[in-house]
Design a protein around this ligand. Structure first.
Ligand code: 5AD
Ligand code: SF4
Length: 441
């Protein structure tokens, strides 16, 4: 039988990219191979994100391009999978006229739904969320990988219900994956030459596996993964401040190969806004966790997420966000304007009352400050030597390599005889706000 062609585009978070690797694996077993050219595809899938309105608009614009292709080539199937499938199911089927709508817990069903669509001609949908699906027996195909770093999804879903966030509605209940399957996947990757693994989940540090009388929590899972080999670096994302235990910090500090880097979203520096966001901590509590990190893991790299212009945020409260950023001195940040999401608690109960222009100005202030903080942090590294895991050749020059240090900073340096997968000691000689420049010693 002739194999068919799948074109797959992924939007949104790392979890989505990880899910796409599962989807490719499922479809490969069902007669589909990836193509880079959508015009020659038999099926086009978009793995989508609903976190902000802008993310959804991008997908809908791109969808129009795919629909024009289908006008000329009616046998092409177009499917929306992931968070938008979950959130906008009816609109996608009726208004947008897509052929397949498949939510994040229904990927095993894709081959059957395609078959149904082809044989019966009806649009096919499955957006049922599951309490147990973790895809733990499916071997993801790392189709877009550098062969050195890989992501392993360890849990799915989220039950934190931050008032602004759509994720609990699009990805359902929190569930952890069997640790044995996680360790096996990590070991297999190491055996294939991978040297860095990032354990992924919407809220990794609330990972908990229980079976019979045994249980494994996140620090224990992290430790088990680190014990695979000293040559395997371990990272994780994303952590929620409320679950960031000292036990986790001590585990990181005990193992050289668990990277000294934590992504810890704070969202706002003001306690009233944090309460309205339902984050489960206030400013002091968050700063106390930062203090614990800095004490237990000196020189820990820190990054964060922040939202500007949440409902009713005053100028003073916005200043609290800026002052918290300075106090912590983040190395890096993902920064957003608040975007109201239908059906969330904030959408139901609060007015989205900060005018667009003010949101934009506040966000720009956050971005400008972070630019300064990143530059300051990088300047402090000049003269220091770091152990760098080489990821590949620099995009700008074939004579240079790019890698990261434990703190997750990108370092560029001369190639010499080094190659991807090597660990190299690199002395930093210069920097920009985004990268360190160094030389191998
Ligand atoms: N508007 C803006 N940013 C949001 N995020 C989540 N929901 C929204 C929203 N409605 C941000 C948060 C989160 C990151 C993944 O996206 O900062 O940590
Ligand atoms: Fe986007 Fe959140 Fe869904 Fe990831 S989980 S794709 S960030 S909405």
């Amino acid at each position: 039988m002739n194999r068919k062609k799948l074109f797959l585009e992924t939007y949104g978070c790392q979890m989505n990219f990880s899910d796409s690797e599962i989807v490719v694996s499922i479809l490969k077993d069902n007669n589909y191979d990836l193509t880079q050219e959508y015009k020659e595809a038999d099926i086009i899938l978009m793995n989508t994100c609903s976190i902000r309105d802008h993310a959804e608009q991008r997908v809908l614009n791109r969808l129009n391009e795919f629909k024009s292709l289908r006008n000329k080539k009616p046998e092409v199937l177009i499917g929306i999978i992931g968070c938008m499938a979950e959130r906008m199911k009816d609109d996608l089927l009726n208004k947008e006229n897509v052929d397949l709508v498949i939510g994040p817990d229904a990927y095993r069903d894709i081959p059957k739904l395609i078959e149904e669509k082809i044989s019966k001609g009806q649009k096919a949908i499955n957006v049922v969320l599951s309490n147990i699906e973790t895809y733990d027996d499916i071997n993801p195909i790392r189709y877009d990988s550098n062969g050195i770093s890989a992501f392993i999804s360890i849990m799915r879903g989220c039950e934190n219900f931050c008032s602004y966030c759509v994720v609990p509605y699009t990805r359902g209940k929190e569930r952890s994956r069997n640790p044995k399957t996680i360790i096996k996947e990590a070991q297999d990757l190491f055996d294939k030459g991978y040297r860095e693994i990032t354990l992924l989940g919407q809220n990794v540090n609330s990972y908990k596996w229980e079976e019979n009388n045994e249980s494994v929590d996140f620090p224990e899972l992290l430790e088990q993964t680190a014990l695979i080999s000293n040559l395997l670096r371990i990272r994780f994302a994303t952590s929620h401040p409320k679950d960031l235990s000292d036990k986790l910090l001590h585990t990181i500090s005990r193992h050289e190969n668990i990277c000294d880097f934590i992504h810890l979203p704070f969202q706002s520096g003001n306690s009233r806004i944090l309460e309205k966001m339902n984050r489960g901590y206030n400013r002091d509590w968050y700063l106390n966790r930062i203090h614990a990190i800095k004490t237990i893991i000196p020189n820990c790299g820190l990054s964060t997420d922040v939202i500007a212009g949440f409902c009713s945020e005053t100028e003073e409260e916005h200043q609290d966000t800026l002052s918290l950023m300075k106090e912590v001195g983040y190395d890096f940040a993902y920064m957003f304007k608040y975007s109201e999401r239908p059906n969330t608690y904030a959408w139901k109960k609060y007015e989205d009352d900060i005018p667009e222009a003010i949101k934009g100005r506040r966000l720009q202030e956050v971005i400008d400050l972070q630019q300064e903080l990143s530059l300051q942090s990088n300047k402090k590294d000049i003269g220091k030597t770091f152990n760098v895991l080489v990821e590949g050749t620099s995009k700008k020059s074939k004579e240079r390599l790019v890698g990261r240090n434990s703190q997750n900073k990108v370092i560029i340096f001369d190639k010499k005889n080094y190659k991807a997968g090597d660990y190299v000691n690199v002395k930093v000689i210069n920097c920009t706000a985004a990268t360190l420049l160094g030389e191998a010693i």
